[in-house]
Write a protein that binds this ligand. Structure first.
Ligand SMILES: Nc1ncnc2c1ncn2[C@@H]1O[C@H](COP(=O)(O)OP(=O)(O)OP(=O)(O)O)[C@@H](O)[C@H]1O
Ligand SMILES: Cc1ncc(COP(=O)(O)O)c(N)n1
Length: 459
């Protein structure tokens, strides 16, 4: 087994959003072991750069040599290289070891503060970009490198070709983060074949994009370290950065940081949700006779949402495709827990989470007075809403009824209750919804109530 190893040659952002911390998060999110050659310490936050201390060029070079000699480097990236001597030192070490290099030609922070000495601009062009396999300028950086303003996709195409031909990197990506349009489009140009390709993703409306360039270039280096082709590494990086921006963090008062760990966390939480759903489904199957009596005409469903930060819409709630049906008197889940298959129960959950982010699970069952009575005796918090009171404008809006009702029920008891019920309306069956932090908690609450009804009926 080979452990892919990547190196970032970049600066420290004390705010943790850009530079080496973004790079290391990205490497590890993509399953690549990360190493660092630090080039500068910046005293920085989401608003700006307060101070810069460059690292001695010989120490930068020795860091690269130390890790390459012992641990090995499958691919590297550069970020902030602020002076000509640092660039010369990096170029020497990179040539010595011969690993593929991704160059993010960092010039200014998101805040507008410079991260490169003016006299080093020429060295960047003459010494660093020519040894790059991939170079990833944003629009302002591409303007500096190509010598004309890059404001449109056409400018980006022209700039990519000029940079490739004049400065000789193998692949140039002119990034579209600073351009406008509903999509963020990056132009990729391959010097050897003269071919253009495009990377497209919906433009996400956020100011929290500190570290996007760092994370994007680190992701390309990680892909190369894993042995992907340059194009596959670039496509992977685009997917990662789009996710990292979608789930970027609203921290600080300026440009908050991107969130490369979202790539990993989403996968981990999805797997967790499915595991917990399966535990609850086993409990349902073990008590299939008892629960079977309370499956409504519309059938039941059990849902569980991702943690609040990641639960954005119905696709972030897992439930049972085809619902939990009554078959030969028994409750029977029709399929394996799957994301995005419920709107009814998922809608209760997403609304409840707005009031209590811990309440991420719910199950609907048939209305029965005895359930409400038993739940009261067990000390559960119960609330209800009246579907007949639903305002016409809510009724007219697709998918608005359940959020409206759930909010009514929550507001009337001042918290998210354990049970919400309604007594129906024309063509709407009455129902009970049990809520809880996890599907195991929801099914446990339900079973406690149903067992109490059973016990009472025996006397
Ligand atoms: N709002 C956005 N929505 C979607 N993708 C975006 C957005 N902003 C940037 N990107 C993408 O993120 C990647 C980085 O692009 P960008 O042009 O922001 O780099 P950058 O300016 O070097 O970043 P930074 O300087 O913040 O490190 C590109 O793939 C770009 O298309
Ligand atoms: C140490 C360091 N390296 C790179 C950047 C660029 O990132 P951004 O343009 O998102 O501020 C930065 N701000 N700080």
């Amino acid at each position: 087994m080979r452990i892919p190893r990547a190196l970032t040659i970049a600066g420290l952002d004390s705010g943790g959003g850009a530079g080496i911390t973004a790079d290391l998060k990205t490497f590890h999110a993509l399953g690549v072991y990360g190493m660092v050659a630090l080039t500068a310490v910046t005293a920085q936050n989401t608003l700006g750069v307060r101070a810069v201390q460059e690292i001695d060029p010989s120490i930068v070079e020795t860091q690269i040599n130390a890790v390459a000699e012992d641990i090995g480097v499958d691919a590297a990236k550069t970020g902030m290289l602020s002076s000509s001597p640092i660039m010369e030192a990096v170029a020497r070490a990179v040539k010595r070891w011969g690993f593929p290099l991704v160059v993010d030609p960092v010039m200014y922070a998101k805040s507008g503060d410079p991260l490169i000495r003016p006299e080093a601009m020429e060295t960047l062009k003459r010494v660093i970009i020519p040894i790059a396999k991939v170079v990833t300028p944003n629009a302002p950086e591409a303007s500096h490198l190509a010598g004309f303003r890059v404001e449109t996709l056409d400018d980006a195409r022209r700039a990519a070709k000029v940079i490739a031909e004049e400065l000789h990197p193998e692949i140039v990506i002119v990034k579209g983060g600073h351009l406008t349009g509903n999509e963020s489009i990056d132009i990729v140009y391959f010097r050897d074949t003269g071919e253009y390709r495009e990377l497209r993703a919906p433009r996400i409306d956020t100011k929290n994009t500190h570290g996007t360039g760092c994370s994007f270039s680190a992701a390309i280096a990680a892909g190369l370290a894993r042995g992907l082709s340059p194009w596959d590494a670039i496509k992977l990086a685009k997917e990662l950065i789009t996710t990292a921006i979608k789930y970027s963090l609203p921290l600080g008062h300026g440009h908050g940081p991107v969130n490369p760990m979202a790539w990993l966390e989403l996968r981990a939480y999805r797997a967790d949700v499915i595991d917990e759903m399966n535990k609850a489904l086993s409990m349902i199957e073990e008590n299939a006779d008892l629960i079977g009596k309370y499956i409504p005409e519309v059938q039941s469903n059990l849902g569980y949402a991702l943690p609040a930060f990641y639960a954005r819409d119905l696709n972030d709630v897992a439930a049972i495709p085809g619902r939990i049906v009554r078959y030969m008197g028994k409750a029977k889940p029709s399929g394996p827990p799957t994301f995005g298959v419920s709107s009814h129960v998922a809608s209760y959950i997403l609304t409840a989470m707005k009031y209590d982010s811990e309440v991420r699970s719910a199950m609907n069952i048939k209305y029965d007075d005895r359930i409400i009575e038993a739940a009261k005796e067990l000390g559960y918090v119960i609330s209800s809403y009246d579907r007949r009171q639903e305002p016409p404008e809510v009724k007219a809006r697709e998918g608005a009824s359940i959020p409206w009702g759930t909010e009514q029920a929550i507001k009337s008891v001042g918290r998210v209750p354990d049970i919400i019920y309604h007594l129906g309306d024309w063509g709407k069956e009455p129902e009970i919804v049990v809520l809880g932090k996890s599907p195991v908690e929801v099914v446990s609450k339900l079973l406690a109530v149903l067992r109490r009804i059973d016990e009472k009926s025996r006397f």
